[in-house]
Each structure stands twice: as C-alpha cells, then as structure tokens.
Design a protein around this ligand. Structure first.
Ligand code: SAM
Length: 204
C-alpha cells in the first residue's frame, strides 16, 4: 500500500495547501470521488498499482486535478502529464508549479513518438482522454514507454467510442482489444456510469 494514499480517500500533500479548491490541511488533501474518476475507482476498492518511486505516464492530464494526487503518491518518482490542449495544460502549470516530479507535455497522445526524448520508461500508464480508440492509444503508448510487467489504468468512456451501444459492451470490447495486457479488473464507476476503469498488466 502506498503510504501517501490516505483513507477518505485523500493524499499526503507533496506541497502544502489546496490545489484546485479541495479541502487541505493537517497533512492531507481530500481526493473526492465526485471530482476525480480515479478517486472513485480507489474508493470502490479498485487497484492502484503505484509506489512512491514509480514513473507514471498520464495521458489526458487536463488541468491537473487528478494528476496533482498522482504527484502526491509518487513523491520519489515522476509523472509525465500529456495533454493535446494548451488551455488546460496552462492551468495545470499554474496549479502545479513547485512540484518537481511533474513534467507537463503538450502533445497528442495518439502518436507517442511526439514525446520521444521527453518521456522515459514508466511503471504505470494512466489514461483518461475521452476520445475514440482509447484501447489503441493505450497499446501504442505501452509499446513505447511501459516497462514489461508494468500496469495500465484505462478510463474508458463509452460514449466517446459509440453512443448507441450499451456501455458494458464498449467496456468489454476495449478490454479485449488490450492484446498485450492481462486484464485484472473492469470496474464500472459508481459516480460516472458512462465510464469504467480497466486495470491491466503489460505482458507483451
Ligand atoms: C476528461 S479530461 C481529463 C481530466 C483529468 N484526467 C482529471 O481527472 O483531472 C480529458 C482530457 O484529455 C485530453 N485529450 C483528449 N484527447 C487527447 C489526445 N489524443 N492526446 C492528449 N490529450 C487528449 C483533453 O484535452 C482533456 O484535457
């Protein structure tokens, strides 16, 4: 268990103070499942395979809400935050300046070559991009940057793939497309019924 993950859930802050308006103080930052899909996954008892010294590739960093908690968890590691949009990344930069373990990357995650030389081999890929071909994007990034035996946490948004299909069918198909992964869990999120967190282990 990562000692920076506190019950609630909450994380032990790497840098004191609130990042995006969440409750903070007394050595903890609240990590509300209502504001972060990853917190919802964790609150439901989902696997969070991240050590203090892990390297994490975070695809779909957005404005850094969830990424700030990942940064707390890997206080001796690094988190590469990739987003294709400049505006959220600008907010992330403002919110997370002073965190030396965060490396923001402005790039399209569909083509991992875009950030070759900026990102090194990692232990975990966390992906939350809410666009089509989510399993394909994860697989290509794993091939480029994920260590063998490393983990993937893939937030699949069913409506981003197909609005007409039942979410469960979309989740199952995405999991089945992760050919190089042993899929350990498909956790349909309680507060985000359109989303599931697929947990996989990389066995290429
Ligand atoms: C749901 S938001 C991310 C929220 C964030 N993960 C959090 O929990 O705080 C999805 C983000 O993915 C980004 N995105 C979508 N397609 C992308 C792509 N192909 N490459 C990189 N980022 C992408 C969007 O710009 C957006 O900021």
């Amino acid at each position: 268990m990562n000692p920076n993950l506190l019950t609630g859930p909450a994380t032990r802050p790497l840098v004191p103070g609130s990042v995006y308006g969440e409750g903070a103080g007394r050595g903890r930052r609240e990590w509300s499942p209502g504001r972060s899909k990853l917190a919802d996954h964790v609150a439901a008892g989902g696997e969070l395979p991240v050590e203090r010294d892990s390297g994490v590739l975070y695809l779909g960093a957005g404005s850094g809400t969830t990424l700030s908690h990942v940064s707390d968890l890997v206080d001796e590691g690094v988190v590469y935050g990739v987003d294709k949009a400049y505006r959220p990344l600008k907010t992330l930069l403002r919110r997370l300046s002073g965190r030396e373990n965060v490396v923001p990357v402005l790039a399209d995650g569909r083509n991992p070559r875009n950030y070759a030389g900026k990102v090194e081999l990692v232990d975990l890929i966390y992906q939350d991009v809410a666009q089509r071909d989510q399993a394909g994007i994860a697989s290509r990034n794993a091939e480029a940057y994920l260590a063998e035996g490393g983990h993937l946490l893939l937030m699949v948004k069913s409506r981003a793939e197909d609005v007409t299909e039942e979410p469960e069918e979309v989740f199952d198909r995405a999991a089945a497309r992760l050919a190089d992964f042993e899929v350990a869990e498909v956790n349909v999120l309680k507060r985000y019924p359109d989303h599931a967190c697929v947990v996989g282990r990389y066995r290429p």
